[in-house]
Design a protein around this ligand. Structure first.
Ligand SMILES: [Zn+2]
Length: 332
């Protein structure tokens, strides 16, 4: 099966379509074993719940960077390291102050359109340790963190096989989400790559569990995918057909939804600046923001499928001949 426009992909002598080996081998490399291994580490007790600016969060960040190094993926040259410091001063609110913290950025430069950048994001902070009890945040957002790492590794494998992305891809692990979307706010106010050259943000926040409403189903909530670009929703739907045919639940796209999830994770800071976004989410479940959000409760095969869906969408956005068009508004 080929996705739309795929004939143009073969023009350079290489088949970038979803039936080509470049895509297929990378897609297959996204494995339950890797996701599980990384999640047990990132959501382990010794990461202390990864509160913004804490020692545990820094330790998790160091582990993530060690993995990027092992994949052979570097940081944006302009940044000079994997870290973008988010200063304490920036994160001041009525609720108080937070210590300095860091966004973590890994980067693969595009082969044909390096100035056009796709962002794949997830927050790696969580809510820390309270009264000696660790809030592991395996689903929130350990699941998104390991998914982004696995997607990056898959793109790097494709690159090594001669199928590097045509556009650049920034793998953005933001901090301070739980305290007010600070890391993504900081990045979009201090972007390493101009936001007008940022083609889309695919944001992953909680994709390893199911909620009561969808118990046992093969589904994912997709939020905001047609707000700024009707093409993005279509591309994601085609990617879903080309991967696992999950049930795509658009319930939270209803402007009257009381949970207002469109505003509640890091993609919103991109949408505010007119960058098309899609937010992948599993729902508010019984362990949300509880110490019981642990890695043993993750549905790893479902986490793998959702990760492969995001990868397939990212592949299309990075490699399609034309950049997606912004034809909507960030208002509801
Ligand atoms: Zn979250």
């Amino acid at each position: 099966m080929q996705s739309c426009g795929s004939t143009a992909y073969v023009a350079g002598g290489k088949d970038y379509s979803v039936s080509g080996k470049g895509f297929k081998n990378a897609y297959k490399s996204i494995s339950v074993d890797d996701l599980k291994k990384n999640l047990y580490i990132i959501a382990g007790d010794n990461m202390e719940g990864r509160d913004t600016g804490s020692a545990g969060q820094k330790k998790a960040g160091e582990y993530m960077i060690s993995q990027y190094k092992s994949y052979g993926i570097s940081y944006p040259a302009a940044l000079g390291s994997y870290y973008q410091k988010v200063p304490s001063e920036f994160m001041k609110s009525r609720k108080g102050t937070l210590p300095d913290s860091e966004n973590i950025l890994a980067y693969i430069e595009g082969s044909e359109k390096p100035n056009e950048v796709l962002v794949v994001s997830a927050h790696y902070d969580h809510i820390g340790t309270k009264n000696g009890v660790v809030y592991n945040g395996a689903d929130d957002d350990g699941s998104g963190t390991v998914a982004v790492m696995e997607i990056a590794e898959a793109f790097q494998k494709a690159k090594k096989a001669g199928y590097g992305p045509k556009r650049s891809i920034l793998f953005l692990h933001v901090t301070g989400e739980e305290h007010g979307l600070w890391g993504s706010d900081y990045y979009t106010q201090n972007p390493v790559f101009p936001l007008e050259n940022t083609v889309a943000d695919l944001n992953i926040d909680m994709i390893g569990r199911d909620d009561a409403e969808n118990r046992g189903k093969q589904y994912v909530y997709v939020i905001g995918s047609e707000m700024l670009s009707t093409e993005l929703k279509k591309i994601n739907e085609q990617a879903n057909k080309d991967s696992h045919n999950l049930i795509l639940n658009y319930k939270y796209d209803d402007p009257n939804d009381p949970d207002r999830l469109y505003y509640r994770s890091d993609h919103y800071n991109f949408a505010k600046h007119n960058v098309p976004i899609a937010f992948y989410f599993d729902g508010i479940h019984e362990d949300y923001h509880k110490p019981s959000d642990t890695p043993d409760k993750i549905d790893y095969p479902l986490l793998q499928k959702r990760t492969q869906l995001v990868f397939t969408t990212a592949w299309e956005l990075a490699n399609r001949p034309e950049r997606i068009i912004v034809d909507g508004k960030n208002t509801r």
